[in-house]
Design a binder for this molecule. Structure first.
Ligand SMILES: NC(=O)C1=CN([C@@H]2O[C@H](COP(=O)(O)OP(=O)(O)OC[C@H]3O[C@@H](n4cnc5c(N)ncnc54)[C@H](OP(=O)(O)O)[C@@H]3O)[C@@H](O)[C@H]2O)C=CC1
Ligand SMILES: CC(=O)N[C@@H](CCC(=O)OP(=O)(O)O)C(=O)O
Length: 348
């Protein structure tokens, strides 16, 4: 059994980590941190749980755990990860702190980086591209939710050098903004649809460009710190009145001649044997992925216009966050990658 602690256990990512890890046969959950609820039982934050464990201060959780999940707002992991690593712990960071080169992070997140040296050590935790690297990692940077959808949607095209750019539209449920998410009051979200951070300003853009640029330069299994090609993507996120789920539509700018059969052949070969990528013959929908660690994909050749479209659906709190983090944990521990991770969701 591996002793696992969760920092930020009173947030949405924390709750999902608790749900998944409680069912993990190789994990002993030894600590849950929260500032607000310290000393109180988990039920103080989570009415859905039935568990006698108490929230503890961060330091206590760090001390007890061998592996720590950091499910904290951006800007905190860069201070905590060095302490944890120094004590010989392994770290899966769910925030954006170690996903981008420090100078790029500072430009897009507006937060000065306090441990830039650790970026060189961090492995980018998208198992479908970086599985081997993750196995040996001490520090894993778990991807952003939209980024997971966008990267998995377009990586096959990048791997054969066909991806030249793209126009991406993402729709997300409000849990993507976190438990204290700004602008997520029911009265303002319900019966409303709105774009946000449009015009090339969303901080997931450089992460998408880096991931796909690495596949363009290095092929099917890129190294986190290997070379990358230049790529420009347009991405517009929207907030939708639902709890979970991301639906992403990517219109890819492609080189070469494509048709439906060639497109499907490429995706089938690229994702052959992947436990959490399902290629559909129909269009993806978010509800089919609810509470599962799956991403559903559909590449579509639009014959009238000669365009290539790729649709992706996932649960932002699972494959877009906590589920992917557990997938990384499994790899780090040399366990079956799909251990304790649901491939099927909830319906209706
Ligand atoms: N929601 C999503 O879909 C996704 C989120 N992420 C990223 O994962 C991380 C966690 O997100 P999420 O769970 O949604 O966020 P939440 O806002 O729901 O939770 C944040 C957690 O951090 C704690 N916290 C807040 N401020 C501080 C602080 N200053 N010091 C210590 N603890 C603090 C909160 O608890 P308390 O106030 O009790 O201390 C809470 O437990 C973020 O970096 C987010 O960007 C990544 C992918 C998807
Ligand atoms: C609906 C909503 O607000 N979604 C979040 C996505 C959060 C996420 O993936 O987290 P990171 O900040 O760790 O990248 C957003 O657009 O910022």
């Amino acid at each position: 059994m591996v002793r696992v602690g969760i920092l930020g256990a009173s947030g949405y990512g924390g709750a999902e980590l608790i749900r998944l890890l409680k069912g993990h046969p190789e994990v002993e959950l030894v600590g849950f941190s929260s500032r607000k609820h310290v000393g109180k039982p988990l039920e103080a934050a989570w009415p859905q749980l039935w568990d006698g464990a108490l929230f503890a201060p961060q330091e206590e959780v760090l001390e007890r755990a061998e592996v720590v999940f950091l499910a904290l707002p951006n800007g905190l992991s860069m201070e905590i990860a060095p302490l944890a690593l120094r004590e010989g712990k392994r770290v899966v960071d769910l925030s954006g702190d170690f996903r981008l080169p420090p100078e790029v992070y500072e430009a897009w997140y507006g937060i000065p980086h306090k441990s830039p040296e650790l970026y060189e050590e961090a492995v980018y935790g998208l198992p479908e591209l970086h599985r081997e690297e993750v196995r040996g990692a001490r520090l894993v940077a778990n991807p952003g939710c939209y980024v997971t959808a966008a990267t998995l949607a377009l990586a096959p095209l990048a791997a054969v050098g066909a991806l030249k750019g793209g126009f991406l539209v993402g729709l997300s449920g409000v849990s993507g903004a976190g438990r204290e998410g700004e602008g997520t009051f029911f009265a303002e979200v319900n019966e409303n649809l709105k774009p946000y951070r449009a015009g090339g300003t969303h901080r997931h853009i450089p992460e998408m460009e880096a991931n796909l640029g690495r596949v363009l330069a290095q092929g099917r299994w890129p190294r986190t710190h290997g070379p990358r090609a230049e790529l420009r993507l347009s991405f517009t996120p929207h907030l939708v009145p639902m709890t979970r789920g991301i639906l992403l539509t990517a219109e890819a700018e492609v080189e070469g001649h494509w048709d439906q059969a060639r497109l499907e052949g490429l995706y089938l070969e690229f994702y052959q044997g992947e436990p959490f990528v399902r290629l559909l013959s129909d269009l993806p929908q978010t509800k089919a992925t609810y509470a599962s660690n799956r991403v559903d994909l559909r590449p579509l050749y639009e014959a009238r216009t000669g365009r290539v479209l790729v649709f992706a659906a996932l649960d932002n709190l699972v494959k877009g966050m906590a589920g992917q983090a557990v997938q990384n944990l499994n790899l780090m521990l040399g366990l079956p990658e799909d251990l304790a991770l649901p491939k099927e969701g909830l319906w209706p």
